[in-house]
Write a protein that binds this ligand. Structure first.
Ligand code: SF4
Length: 381
């Protein structure tokens, strides 16, 4: 049996404080050494119980983890020593030989020694959540780090990590094209290899509702795409820009609908046709594993070919390279109605070339709506 490549994710459920716009699971708590030990114990129980569970889907020894990503929460709140233990644990249980090992970090949880420790533990990619490079932006987004701390963390991170990714939130009140461009230029002076720009979600009755951005958001997308293009970055995914060869290999597993395993509270996994999720509750997660002696996971769905086809359209069309219509047909057994494709193409939303289907700049702005139309145009072969 040949090896199946997969991505491995670990969720860290702690943050300094909860940001008002964030939907990721975390508790506002600075973890102590005791908390690290307790979390490691629960993780050990999880991985050892996962192996027999995975046997129902495939031989876990044939699963090779080629990427490892620690997200959260705020993974940089934990110590390098914690991650050393995690690496030892994973290598003792799984076929764990990742080429890309990413740690998410927040500026105000870093010191030069801690960063060096993360590098020595084995991480070769750092994803720094700067979110804004203006004092006003950081204040508006209610971040815990100020501009001075952010710039200092950036300087140290860029001197240590060759593969450095920076996360931004854009579309906040007062941020015009000029401010955004200046933020990008400042970011580029630290030689990142990858940048992510997430649009601030402004929904009714949600934090920041009423904080409409100064400019129509498409103008801000244009500023990002064009400024970065002139500096050698390709918008390879709707929210992600990379120098060639520095695309996030881990996230490509999700976008390309390939298998992934998630560890820790709230983590989602999809192996073969099964998708499951751990509870978004640290206490319930640990109690299930350590007291009840069972995996805390809940099966979300057993995907059939139609669901795979829909996921492939949803995720694949986030990518610049789009989807491969041959894969849609051969792997999932579906094609798309030609008349709808022609119609969307006429409207300037999609581009079809040979077997590839991609979204245009305009199409990317309407990604969800276009995908919903395509879902309705799926035909079983
Ligand atoms: S620090 Fe990050 S993960 Fe934590 S609450 Fe804020 S946005 Fe969410």
């Amino acid at each position: 049996m040949s090896l199946v490549e997969a991505a491995l994710y670990l969720h860290v459920p702690f943050c300094l404080k909860k940001c008002p716009y964030c939907d990721f699971y975390s508790i506002p708590h600075v973890p102590s050494t005791l908390d690290e030990k307790a979390y490691l114990k629960a993780l050990k129980a999880e991985v050892s119980q996962l192996k027999p569970f995975l046997f129902s889907l495939l031989d876990p020894d044939h699963l090779r983890f080629t990427t490892f990503y620690v997200g959260g929460g705020t993974p940089s709140l934990l110590s390098p020593g914690f991650y050393q233990s995690v690496f030892e644990l994973l290598a003792s249980v799984f076929n764990f030989s990742p080429e890309e090992l990413t740690l998410e970090a927040n500026p105000d949880t870093l010191t030069p020694d801690k960063l060096k420790g993360f590098l020595q533990a084995g991480f070769n990619r750092l994803s720094l959540g700067v979110q804004s490079l203006t004092a006003k932006g950081l204040k508006t987004l209610q971040r815990t780090h100020d501009l001075k701390t952010t710039l200092k963390a950036l300087e140290t991170a860029s001197s240590l990590f060759k593969n450095l990714s920076l996360d931004f939130i854009f579309g906040w009140r007062h941020q015009g094209e000029k401010t955004l461009k200046k933020e990008i230029e400042t970011a580029l002076s630290f030689s990142p290899t990858h940048l992510s720009f997430y649009e601030l979600t402004i929904e009714k009755n949600r934090p920041f509702s009423g904080f409409s951005p100064k400019k129509p958001v498409e103008k801000l997308y244009l500023v990002i795409e064009e400024t970065l293009k002139t500096r050698g970055f390709l918008r390879y995914e709707i929210s992600n820009y990379a120098k060639p060869g520095f695309e996030c290999q881990h996230n490509l597993f999700y976008w390309e609908v390939k298998p992934y395993l998630g560890l820790g509270p709230s983590a989602v996994s999809r192996v073969s046709n099964l998708r499951w999720q751990n509870p978004a509750d640290l206490k319930a997660y640990a109690e299930n594993l350590l007291i009840k002696g069972k995996l805390p996971l809940k099966i979300i769905e057993r995907l059939d070919n139609l669901e795979f086809a829909k996921e492939y359209l949803f995720m694949g069309l986030r990518l610049q390279k789009g989807i491969d219509l041959k894969r849609l047909k051969n792997e999932f057994g579906y094609t798309l109605k030609e008349d709808l494709l022609k119609n969307l193409s006429k409207k300037g939303l999609i581009e079809k070339r040979d077997h590839s289907l991609t979204l245009t700049f305009k199409g990317k702005l309407l990604h969800n709506q276009v995908v919903k139309l395509l879902w309705k145009a799926l035909l079983k072969t």
